[in-house]
Write a protein that binds this ligand. Structure first.
Ligand SMILES: [Zn+2]
Length: 56
């Protein structure tokens, strides 16, 4: 079974709605990222979403 590249540690911040969520919630295939917010359509790591360094 292929292992996804998401480790689930990093948080992503949505630049549109301002919410933060685990990386694993924003992608299903480790390639295409989009905000999990129901009313938000921001997508793209480094575009609509940006990575937040978690402490550790
Ligand atoms: Zn959003």
């Amino acid at each position: 079974m292929p292992q996804l590249q998401t480790r689930g540690r990093d948080l992503l911040l949505c630049r549109k709605c301002g919410s933060t969520f685990p990386e694993g919630q924003a992608t299903r295939d480790g390639w295409h990222y989009e905000c999990p917010g129901e009313d938000c359509d921001a997508e793209g790591l480094g575009d609509g979403l940006r990575r937040v360094r978690s402490q550790n």
